[in-house]
Design a protein around this ligand. Sequence first.
Ligand SMILES: C[S@@+](CC[C@H](N)C(=O)[O-])C[C@H]1O[C@@H](n2cnc3c(N)ncnc32)[C@H](O)[C@@H]1O
Length: 305
Amino acid sequence: MTSDAHTPVMLTQVLDGLRLRADGTYLDGTFGRGGHARAVLKRLGASGRLLLMDRDPQAVTAARGEFGGDARVAIRHGSFADLTDWDEMAAGLDGVLLDLGVSSPQLDDAARGFSFRADAPLDMRMDPTSGESAAEFLARADESEIADVLWKFGEERMGRRIARAIVERRSEAPLARTGELAELIAHVVGRPPSGKHPATRSFQALRIAVNGELDALEKGLHGALERLKSGGRLAVISFHSLEDRAVKQFLRAQSQPPATRRGLPPPASFTPRMKLLGPALFPQADELEVNPRARSAVLRVAEKL
Ligand SMILES: C[S@@+](CC[C@H](N)C(=O)[O-])C[C@H]1O[C@@H](n2cnc3c(N)ncnc32)[C@H](O)[C@@H]1O
């Protein structure tokens, strides 16, 4: 099914976490289809500002179509990794939302190549106008680089064997389609006991690598911290453990002195730049009932000091 909607995840918790002010300036760095942005905008008054970014041109077209005429809204095509380059941010932000990963339209449109469930060109770029597609990566990278990606970004234990099978296959013909890759992986991996599709981990890993997702996250978190005003809030929703670990470590490093070895004095000077607002939050059972795609979501909220 192809849909052009995206159900916003943990919407109430995000709105509470951002503690919106009607005259505030907010950045939604991952517009998607505007599920969160629409709700934020409803709470802004005439002097509020909502800045929208997405690296996917289709998301940006959707944003312009729906919000382009609203004087409170500015829209930019690009990665939140580069958010500090946008001059709209110069006056500072009262809140930043990053709702990571892919949107429902990206997953559901087979032609984008994100899904192992439908046969399509092996692309996986959130921004198809730049960078290398998954097919190009698998054609170029050597066996050890492919294996490293599968292990690092997918925690795929069979990464080395899958990489070897990919390199053998491409010596006959390039791997160009999601269906071929999913089948090849299933052949190597067999049926995992989890009952998940055997290509789940590898597809996640390739997507993260092709889109440089963890580097973008690291840069985006630092950029958000730079642009937030004192008292401004950062809310980040992640969907897998690698993302959440990066968010957790960033927030910890900004809010707590580094751990010291037992017996050693604490570092002479540590000035926290952020305050954590409570523990990680998870979707409630009623949300999961209506939106199973929320199941792996983790929300962390912090305030700039
Ligand atoms: C989970 S969806 C966001 C859904 C959105 N909150 C909504 O309710 O409709 C993630 C979106 O973030 C975008 N995205 C992922 N990484 C990005 C990055 N580094 N910079 C900008 N957009 C990014 C994807 O293209 C996708 O549209």
